[in-house]
Design a protein around this ligand. Structure first.
Ligand code: BMP
Length: 273
């Protein structure tokens, strides 16, 4: 199955340029770690990105939690992404009618399209949200070409999550329908076997990002539920996302190296390397 292929093989065959780049970065850095850099000032964010940069494939931001977002945030992130060869994922979780999300994504206060290679959305509003974001990214005057992609939030790690069943299968439907912009899913497992009303293309290769990864905790007091890198990758994660497990560790750099090593070993075991 797809999950037994190496990142290298998937990079070679993938039709989407950003998916190819993701796999190439993972392979080059021997890292499938996405750090969720949930800090609240630009200085902390850039400092974390610079120190962890060598060990991660992707940095995930919640740009609206920064108390001092400005052009310096954008410039700093872009410069560090180039310096350390990582991609930027803004975890904005668009969830609105098409006309609104187009304005939230492109231009607006946060200018997300300017600096985030990867964005995500919920399909709660229906197919139109995916259609709208795809249309914006593929319009002739969109300046960032094919260097942008979308993940569909198909499941959530919080206790009692309602992102299950028909919501999750609709996520797979829309991923299949808008494959030119949809890179894959944020989910807790591979979704290629989930029932979908849209026929599966035998060559399809959705990228799976799994949040809620932590080596030393089972959850938090607000309903977060964790699994280990081994468990996430065994269930089909291609990229593991860890926040507090890394940035709140006594030594964030040591923690990033540890997640990198464990994530890579689990991947190697999966592909039989
Ligand atoms: P932490 O590893 O510190 O629990 O952080 C998890 C990160 O992943 C947070 O940024 C959270 O917003 C995000 N996240 C999640 O935890 N579960 C989901 O289902 C989807 C998420 O984006």
């Amino acid at each position: 199955s797809r999950s037994q292929l190496t990142y290298c093989a998937r990079a070679a065959n993938h039709p989407n340029p950003l998916a190819r780049k993701l796999f190439q970065v993972a392979e080059a850095k021997k890292s499938n770690v996405t750090v969720s850099a949930d800090v609240t000032t630009t200085a902390e964010l850039l400092d974390l990105a610079d120190r962890l940069g060598p060990y991660i494939a992707v940095i995930k931001t919640h740009i609206d939690i920064l108390s001092d977002f400005s052009q310096a945030t954008i410039d700093g992130l872009n410069a560090l992404a180039a310096k350390h060869n990582f991609l930027i994922f803004e975890d904005r979780k668009f969830i609105d009618i098409g006309n609104t999300v187009q304005k939230q994504y492109h231009q607006g206060t946060l200018r997300i399209s300017e600096w985030a290679h990867i964005i995500n959305c919920s399909v709660l509003p229906g197919e139109g949200i995916v259609e709208a974001l795809t249309q914006t990214a593929q319009s002739p005057d969109f300046p960032y070409g094919s260097d942008r992609g979308l993940l569909i939030l198909a499941e959530m790690t919080s206790k009692g999550s309602l992102a299950t069943g028909s919501y999750t299968s609709a996520s797979v439907d829309y991923a299949r329908k808008y494959q030119s912009f949809v890179l894959g899913f944020v989910s807790t497992r591979s979704l290629s076997e989930v029932e979908s009303t849209v026929a599966k293309n035998e060559d399809e290769d959705f990228v799976v990002f799994t949040t809620g990864v932590n080596l030393s905790s089972k959850g938090d007091k607000l309903g977060q539920q964790y699994q280990t890198p081994q468990s996430a990758i065994g269930r089909g994660a291609d990229f593991i996302i860890a926040g507090r497990g890394i940035y709140a560790a006594p030594d964030a750099v040591e923690a990033a190296k540890q997640y990198q090593q464990q994530g890579w070993e689990a991947y190697m075991a999966r592909v039989g390397g």
